[in-house]
Design a protein around this ligand. Structure first.
Ligand code: SME
Length: 145
């Protein structure tokens, strides 16, 4: 998977098109990744701003640090895995179809510069292997921020 990610990255010319290509690759490879997208950091106001994504449009185009799963991952600077979103009180729903979510921060010089966010319509779909793979992808992407 990592070599495929590297391959799509070299084919693209802008950060946005690289991030979109990674979303498309992930969704094509893992059909249970129903929504795959990136949030970028607006440092001036400590908010996440929606970047390239595949899946249904979301109303959550800006998210404050600490709010929802994305905001908590940004604040805590760690991957957040929620296998059942109905059990997470600090959660921003995009669609009633979403059952689970994983959010992986992208770091540059120790700071969070973005996040990879994946929603699934299945309960408990994310394994330790998914987490490791997505964290490795985010390490590769760090160079493009
Ligand atoms: N569910 C997220 C909001 C973003 S959407 O999943 C695209 C959250 O709780 O932060």
């Amino acid at each position: 998977m990592l070599s495929e990610v590297r391959e799509v990255l070299v084919q693209q010319e802008s950060t946005d098109s690289r991030l979109l290509a990674v979303c498309e690759l992930l969704q094509k490879t893992f059909p249970h990744y129903a929504w795959v997208g990136f949030y970028l950091i607006d440092k001036s106001v400590n908010e996440l701003v929606l970047g390239p994504f595949v899946g249904e449009p979301t109303e959550h185009t800006r998210i404050q640090f600490g709010r929802g799963i994305c905001g908590q991952a940004a604040e805590r600077k760690e991957t957040f895995v929620v296998q059942d979103v109905s059990k997470e009180y600090n959660y921003l729903s995009c669609s009633p179809k979403v059952k689970s979510e994983i959010v992986v921060p992208i770091f540059k010089d120790g700071e969070v510069v973005g996040e990879l966010d994946i929603d699934s319509h299945r309960l408990s779909p994310f394994t330790a292997d998914d987490k490791k793979m997505l964290e490795d992808i985010c390490k590769i992407l760090s160079a493009h921020f």
